[in-house]
Design a protein. Structure first.
Length: 288
């Protein structure tokens, strides 16, 4: 099975994309029309769906709703969002809340969809997230920076999202302990390090080599991001696992610091196996 045929099996179906897009829109309409003081400035699909790296049958959508300042605290607004949802959604809906998000499942014709809803005040520049005191209030807004970041990567290599889908499929099949966002950032570094005249399989091999070098201590840092941030300003704080993935939407955050030694071994072994398979033209390990 060649890479193009595998990708055809990984792309989400149109009805799945339409359903997820409809959820983002519908949730925005509910929040706008069902509260006297919630003011929604922007509605943004985020996560894998918003970045167009979603896999087929992965029924999950992140919804970011940019709030206008209305005189109430962020946490007051968050509680109002929860109240509106409880009033407007089916009464048997279970909610999981954090300091910056509300998540729940919706039953749709395509199946049970996991929804992660993130209300946030707006930031438009990276410098703002580095300066704010209450990051919870702006957490969802970092999705705007992430979308901008990956658009820069795509401008340099148009098949970035295909690479991410292939690596995510490998992750899912083998239970590799890497989040989707980690994979997207690692693949960005692989793209940055690869000549643009190479074929897809070579870029893919570089992705797995980058994963391997990451587990050997190479720091994954922002690329194509010079207009937003100077990497010389990164502070590499102590990491117990000797791993670093610097978040381009908040460069003070190392999102890899909680990976355990056992997980690091699993990632490294899987990456080595991936490199060997790709070198031998065996791509079946990417799709089950």
């Amino acid at each position: 099975m060649d890479l193009e045929k595998i990708l055809l099996e990984l792309y989400p179906e149109r009805n799945q994309e339409n359903c997820l897009s409809g959820i983002v829109t519908k949730m925005g309409e509910i929040l706008i029309n069902s509260s006297n003081y919630l003011k929604i400035k922007k509605v943004i699909p985020a996560g894998s769906f918003g970045k167009k790296t979603l896999l087929k049958n992965h029924l999950e959508v992140d919804c970011v709703y940019i709030l206008e300042h209305n005189g109430y605290s962020y946490y007051h607004n968050l509680q109002e969002v929860l109240r509106v949802l409880k009033d407007m959604l089916p009464k048997d809906t279970d909610y999981d809340t954090s300091d910056h998000s509300i998540s729940f499942h919706l039953n749709k014709p395509i199946g049970s969809v996991f929804v992660d809803l993130l209300p946030a005040f707006e930031i438009t520049k990276l410098s703002q997230i580095l300066e704010v005191k209450n990051k919870d209030a702006y957490y969802g807004s970092t999705a705007l920076l992430q979308i901008k970041y990956f658009k820069n990567v795509i401008r340099n290599y148009s098949r970035f999202t295909d690479l991410v889908r292939l690596v995510k499929s490998w992750r899912n099949i083998n239970n590799i302990p890497l989040t989707s966002y980690m994979i997207e950032l690692i693949v960005s570094n692989a793209v940055f390090d690869t000549r643009k005249d190479q074929e897809l399989h070579f870029f893919l091999e570089m992705c797995f080599r980058t994963i391997q070098s990451f587990t050997d201590g190479r720091a994954i840092v922002p690329v194509y991001w010079e207009n937003e941030f100077d990497n010389s300003e990164i502070i590499f704080n102590y990491s117990p696992n000797n791993l670093w993935i610097i978040d381009p939407s908040d460069p003070s955050d190392n999102i890899a610091e909680d990976i355990s030694e056992e997980e690091k071994y699993i990632i490294n072994s899987g990456a080595i196996n991936g490199v060997n398979n790709i070198k031998n033209g065996k791509y079946e390990f990417l799709y089950k």
